[in-house]
Write a new protein. Structure first.
Length: 317
């Protein structure tokens, strides 16, 4: 690890964290092959690992505290699969810009994972469906994203000086979502005998949150080509691509974004009331974070199985 970073160099933001990990972790867990970022309600993915060592964020410089319900604040190192197993690191609890974390801190864990030697990153996120064909509980293998200026303030984590002489100034994103890893995901779904509609493909729209979408925003994002919407993922993908990692995003649909075909007309309702008529108004569904966490819990097993299978089938060189 000393070849990657120098703990005595105050200008190296990874040095002390790498040093702490080198002291805590047994050698067989120190160089993970795959990293997983666990989104809302998805920290239970840790159960797919054995020999687990959890390191709380409080022990690691560069890490804040996850403040969102359903997110823990620890890195978990362990092995996935039979035999010697595949060494994996899981981020149990991510950082979102809406929590007040600077965008550079949001992507710090992904950069640290790259410094640890990780080459493949799997991101599991909770999302709302914009595409009416995506039922709650569907997992979407993301193939593209939209980061909409003014909805996020476009908090690009790559703003500022290039983070390493080895990194490009201009990072292409047309190939951000690894076709090879997506292929493994669909093969894994088949091998596990999941129904055909359990895993679909789609485009992720990133919004800053913490507000959920207004109907007009939902309509706008859908018209722009997005299938699901969430408050995370894209900054991590952008930083991971700058670091040269292969990325797979599995977005769990935890709720439908309500995009009514027409607005309820209060004007018509009042007119009807005044005329002694009654208009039936169906209750308007409102999304909440509890619902998001519940679906995460319900789908924990299938997410775990899918992620474990993908990890086991990623080629190792
Ligand atoms: O961290 P992810 O993107 O999985 O969780 C989403 C974003 C918000 O934290 C939360 C909203 O319900 O879910
Ligand atoms: N922006 C956004 N993020 C989510 N995360 C889970 N569900 C949703 C949603 O409906 N909208």
């Amino acid at each position: 690890m000393s070849s990657l970073s120098d703990p005595s160099d105050p200008a190296d933001p990874f040095a002390s964290t790498l040093d702490v990990l080198a002291r805590i972790l047994p050698p067989h867990l120190l160089k993970p092959h795959v990293a997983i970022v666990c989104g809302s309600g998805l920290s239970t993915l840790v159960a797919s690992m054995r020999d687990v060592v959890e390191v709380p964020y409080s022990a690691l410089q560069g890490f804040g505290k996850s403040t969102v319900a359903g997110h823990k604040s620890a890195l978990a190192f362990g092995l996935v699969g039979e035999g010697a197993g595949v060494p994996v690191v899981m981020q149990l609890g991510r950082f979102h810009a809406f929590e007040g974390h600077p965008i550079k801190s949001v992507v710090y864990p992904v950069r640290l994972m790259a410094k640890l030697g990780v080459r493949n990153l799997i991101i599991a996120s909770a999302t709302g469906a914009l595409n009416p064909n995506l039922a709650v509980g569907t997992i979407v293998a993301i193939h593209d994203h939209l980061a909409v200026p003014n909805m996020t303030g476009w908090l690009n984590p790559l703003f500022g000086p290039v983070t390493s002489p080895d990194h490009p100034r201009f990072v292409p994103l047309s190939d951000a979502y690894s076709p090879g890893l997506r292929r493994l995901a669909f093969r894994a779904a088949h091998a596990l005998g999941l129904p055909d509609d359990a895993l679909e493909e789609g485009t992720y729209a990133w919004v800053s949150g913490p507000t959920y979408e207004t109907p007009a925003e939902g309509r706008f994002l859908r018209a722009a080509g997005a299938d699901v919407v969430g408050m995370s993922t894209v900054p991590e993908v952008v930083a991971a691509r700058e670091e040269g990692l292969e990325v797979l995003v599995l977005a769990l649909v935890t709720n439908a974004v309500v995009i009514p075909e027409q607005y309820r007309s209060i004007k018509d309702e009042v007119k009807a009331e005044l005329e002694g008529r009654k208009i039936e108004v169906p209750p308007e569904p409102v999304v909440n974070h509890e619902e998001v966490l519940t679906v995460g819990r319900l789908k924990a097993q299938v997410m775990k199985d899918l992620v474990a299978r993908v990890i086991e089938t990623i080629p190792r060189d």
